[in-house]
Design a protein around this ligand. Structure first.
Ligand SMILES: Nc1ncnc2c1ncn2[C@@H]1O[C@H](COP(=O)(O)OP(=O)(O)OP(=O)(O)O)[C@@H](O)[C@H]1O
Length: 358
């Protein structure tokens, strides 16, 4: 079913947490909501689940209004499943009984539990284990199986992977996406992890200060963030002062580059954003456009500090390279820095832009 939010606002006392949020998650698709801590992600999910009421706006599933000025369908009547951050399993019930707890009485049969365990890619041998005897990833899959037991139309996942360590996190995320795909349920994930948000589904939505500042196809949002703040939030950036130079071109410390998206709104002073993955570096005696001014080894990589100064925009840029390449770049060495693909232009911030890559 298609989930629609229209003009949702919510305050707690005098604190406005969400303002005029509208979005649509088409039937059977997945949306990841990302934003920094306090941006209102969990509140939005709780409004959809029915744990809170919006102050303004409507929430509906297909043609059925769940929340609005004159409507408030209770949480248990919404047909919406909710998976909390810690899975919230009952510690005194086995895996099978935790899952069965989510089922209507008439369906509490071992065969139905086994079916849900299979759907959630859980080994049947785990059925009699207690939650504390499971890994974090297995616990999350039990929580998902329990949430799917009621055949919800929509499933909401509130930071379900945040307690897992990096390897298990990616593996559990892939497993969960497969389960959601198999069950064909519409899903919304809340996360503050950019990579997770960009790889979860068909749409990513970025919340900042209670507003949905951008939503759309993850690759398109990553490629053309609406402002420099979103660009930096979604991944590493290199930002340098720039000057428009005619038809979709801009001059900056890297030379004259193609502009792939102009988000400057015609501002007089602009800066250019690119991703570190776009940079290619070669030692170059003759046609260098940068100089190595520092090399710092950090684990498996090295951070080069480069000065780009051939133009009216001299800047220093930090750039990470694999450690085995570091020997080619010693301080004082001239370097040719080329940029693959174009840049995105933004209005220059009040503060001078900082050129960094993490
Ligand atoms: N029940 C409540 N009463 C008062 N303030 C609340 C309540 N729930 C949330 N808030 C406030 O609303 C703001 C947004 O909180 P919310 O949990 O939605 O953010 P979030 O983006 O999910 O953050 P995090 O990533 O840290 O979980 C915060 O400032 C929080 O303190």
């Amino acid at each position: 079913m298609t989930l629609r939010l229209s003009g949702i606002s919510k305050s707690f006392g005098s604190t406005e947490v969400l303002r005029d949020v509208s979005l649509e998650v088409p039937d059977g698709t997945r949306l990841a909501l990302v934003g920094s801590s306090g941006s209102g992600k969990s509140t939005l999910l709780r409004l959809v689940a029915g744990f809170e009421r919006p102050d303004a706006g409507t929430i509906s599933l297909d043609d059925r209004e769940l929340a609005g000025p004159a409507t408030s369908v209770p949480a248990h009547r919404r047909g919406i499943g909710y998976v909390a951050q810690d899975g919230a399993l009952f510690p005194h019930l086995s895996v099978a009984r935790n899952i069965a707890f989510g089922l209507p009485r008439s369906e509490r049969r071992p065969a139905r539990v086994a079916e849900l365990m299979e759907l959630a890619s859980l080994d049947p041998a785990l059925a009699d284990r207690m939650p504390h005897e499971l890994s974090g990833g297995q616990q999350q899959r039990v929580a998902l199986a329990r949430a799917l037991a009621l055949r919800p139309k929509v499933i909401l996942l509130d930071e379900p992977f945040s307690a897992l360590d990096t390897g298990l996190r990616a593996q559990t995320r892939r497993a969960v996406v497969e389960v959601l795909e198999r069950s064909g349920v519409t899903a919304v994930l809340v996360t503050h992890d950019q990579e997770e948000a960009l790889s979860f589904g068909q749409q990513v939505g970025v919340l900042a200060g209670g507003r949905l500042v951008q939503a759309g196809d993850p690759a398109a949002v990553f490629d053309a963030p609406v402002d420099a703040g979103v660009a930096e939030f979604l991944g590493d950036v290199v930002v340098v002062p720039a000057k428009p130079a005619g038809a979709a071109l801009a001059d900056c410390a890297f030379g004259c580059l193609a502009v792939r998206h102009d988000r400057s709104g015609g501002a007089e002073r602009v800066c250019a954003m690119l991703r570190p993955e776009q940079l290619r570096l070669e030692p170059a005696e003759l046609d260098g456009n940068a100089t190595v001014v520092g090399v710092r080894r950090t684990g498996a990589s090295a951070e080069l500090k480069l000065r780009l100064g051939a133009t009216e925009f001299p800047v220093e840029v930090s750039h990470r390279i694999p450690l085995h390449e570091a020997a080619r770049f010693v301080p004082g060495c001239p370097v040719r820095v080329a940029v693959d693909g174009g840049v995105v232009l933004y209005p220059e911030p009040d503060q001078p832009p900082v050129a960094t890559t993490a």
